[in-house]
Design a protein around this ligand. Structure first.
Ligand code: NAP
Length: 306
């Protein structure tokens, strides 16, 4: 399905390796009608966003659209994708295409990438964001569910990245992985989801090393998010979350700046720095300890503990 804006696409310059592209974005770029981008580096960029029918993925699609990118979005529900693609075209996307795909199957990840590469004539950004459904509850012993979630949340990410890498190498492009604090810091009641996010972080952190070791021009950004106000997240916990639009903007910016890691909201970084976090670095001082204490209060609320 194709929804195009008139006017020629502006191809993204191949750029030099390690080049920092200045991109200044404001919250209104997502939530209002005004797109604010000082350098326009994403104008004409060829972007594939997965899990873009709802939640953060939908907001990511709107963010890239406002910045004048060429966007392919994917998820399973065609009627919803159709509406999101139409909105992307209205917001300023040079192209807004959608392709349905079920990431629980082994054939769809590569088919979706092929569609994007064929339709856009290459790829600059692969944004891996989709997740399968899971509940916030003690693990019931259901191995089948864990296996299925691993397929959707992890193995399809590997397949998508593998299929897209040749195009991304050519364009000196970027992989952006939307991940979770729960992939760094396990908490109760999320075992299957947490396992998939640990797998994602482990795989893509390793790939970061290997890309660097072979002097690849492909950048890989892992965005660690905390609780964000998407419908599926709000079904699970009842605490004040951070806005999905801002989270999406954060992810787009981090990918555009070719950052290795990014953290949203602020406390996710702090948690990852602490003991038990992937960083394994000692806490810096009293301020950090106080913030950690506040964070613990927040988690107690989230988990309904006294
Ligand atoms: P969401 O609202 O549940 O959206 C999930 C997306 O994935 C939907 O577009 C859904 O569309 C798609 N999807 C589900 N199963 C699929 C399948 N089998 N094949 C293809 N697409 C499928 O999720 P979200 O809350 O926006 O989260 C997005 C990302 O942010 C995830 O990687 C998540 O781990 C991360 N994150 C979220 C939070 C949060 O609080 N929301 C916190 C930390 C990290 P269809 O149903 O149409 O297929």
């Amino acid at each position: 399905m194709r929804l195009e804006r008139p006017g020629p696409a502006i191809p993204r310059s191949s750029g030099s390796r390690g080049q920092t592209r200045v991109l200044r974005l404001q919250g209104s770029a997502l939530t209002g009608t005004r797109a604010t981008c000082s350098a326009g580096s994403l104008r004409g960029a060829r972007v594939l966003v997965t899990g873009a029918s709802t939640g953060i993925g939908e907001q990511l699609a709107y963010c890239y659209a406002r910045l004048g990118a060429q966007v392919v979005i994917t998820a399973r529900r065609e009627n919803v994708l159709q509406q999101v693609a139409r909105r992307c075209a209205q917001l300023g996307a040079q192209k807004a295409l959608y392709v349905t795909g079920d990431m629980a199957t082994t054939s769809d990840p590569s088919r979706v990438v092929k569609f994007a590469v064929d339709e856009l004539g290459g790829l600059d950004y692969l944004v891996l964001n989709h997740i399968g459904r899971y509940s916030f509850s003690p693990w019931s012993g259901d191995v089948h569910h864990v296996r299925g979630l691993m397929e959707v949340n992890f193995l399809s990410y590997v397949q998508l990245a593998s299929a897209a890498l040749p195009s991304l190498e050519k364009s000196k492009g970027s992989i952006v992985v939307v991940s979770s604090l729960l992939g760094e810091f396990p908490t109760p009641f999320t075992a299957p989801y947490t396992a998939t996010k640990f797998a994602v972080n482990g795989f893509f952190c390793t790939l970061q090393h290997e890309l660097a070791m072979r002097s690849s021009d492909v950048s890989l950004t892992i965005s660690i998010l905390g609780l964000v106000d998407t419908e599926s997240a709000m079904e699970k916990v009842r605490v004040v979350p951070y806005p999905a639009g801002e989270a999406a903007l954060h992810v787009v910016r981090a990918g555009s700046l070719r950052q290795k890691e990014s953290f949203y909201p602020w406390y996710t970084h702090l948690v990852c720095l602490g003991p038990g976090g992937a960083g394994e670095r000692p806490l810096g001082g009293v301020r950090e300890l106080r913030e950690l204490w506040e964070l613990w209060g927040w988690w107690k609320g989230a988990l309904g503990l006294r």
